[in-house]
Design a protein around this ligand. Structure first.
Ligand SMILES: C[S@@+](CC[C@H](N)C(=O)[O-])C[C@H]1O[C@@H](n2cnc3c(N)ncnc32)[C@H](O)[C@@H]1O
Length: 197
């Protein structure tokens, strides 16, 4: 099975474990929300990729954005529909992305793509975001790739990124990235991107 598909299957089979492990967002994540919201006007329409539990979407909506939730894992999408939200079944590697978006938000989602898949996804996202719109996405900071089963008990594939190649990939896709945030976490370090199309 393709590595990305196997990762989605791990979420599908262990959604409850992911939900149970969810924690309150760190001050760094809330500050990143601020940067994203501040770079867009009130009422802007944004697509969230890999919404998962949906807590970022709830917070961004409370800050005045209109958020279209999406996920490639059917269990997450169904759960959010059950909570009354409109949700797209959207695998960012392969599915059409709605066009004319003011922004796209993807917290800890694009880290499941290979480097080539990320470059292709960034090109497609650039095409979907209106000129001047904003992409916010986050990645684990580091080298290489890793499969691990921490948290879910089933293996997921992660691609680690450093700032310079990530900035190159964004520029190649046509994005103009603001300074990339470096955030120290308990178990991982993170790169936080805010980039304009
Ligand atoms: C680490 S979780 C993050 C969930 C949520 N964004 C959060 O911060 O809590 C990764 C999410 O990406 C989704 N995902 C994995 N591969 C994907 C893909 N190819 N396209 C879209 N979503 C994907 C998973 O279903 C899961 O919801």
């Amino acid at each position: 099975m393709d590595a990305g598909d196997a990762t989605i299957r791990a979420y599908q089979e262990r959604m409850e474990a992911y939900l149970s492990a969810q924690r309150e967002p760190s001050p760094a994540v809330l500050a990143w929300h601020d940067r994203f919201v501040g770079s867009l006007g009130q009422g802007s329409t944004v697509l969230e990729l890999g919404s998962g539990p949906g807590s970022d979407a709830d917070r961004l909506e409370a800050r005045g954005l209109q958020v279209l939730r999406s996920d490639a894992t059917p269990a997450f999408a169904e759960r959010l529909r059950g909570l009354g939200h409109a949700v797209l079944d959207l695998d960012v590697r392969t599915d059409p992305i709605p066009s004319g978006l003011d922004g796209v938000f993807a917290n800890a989602v694009l880290l499941h793509l290979t480097r080539d898949e990320l470059q292709m996804a960034l090109l497609r996202l650039h095409g979907a975001i209106r000129p001047g719109g904003v992409l916010a996405c986050s990645f684990k900071e580091g080298d290489g790739e890793e499969w691990h089963d921490r948290k879910l008990g089933l293996p997921r594939r992660f691609t680690y990124w450093r700032e310079a190649p990530l900035r190159d990939a964004l520029t190649t896709a046509g994005f103009d990235a603001e300074p990339i945030g470096h955030v120290r976490g308990d178990s991982d370090d993170w790169l936080q991107v805010v980039a304009r199309a």
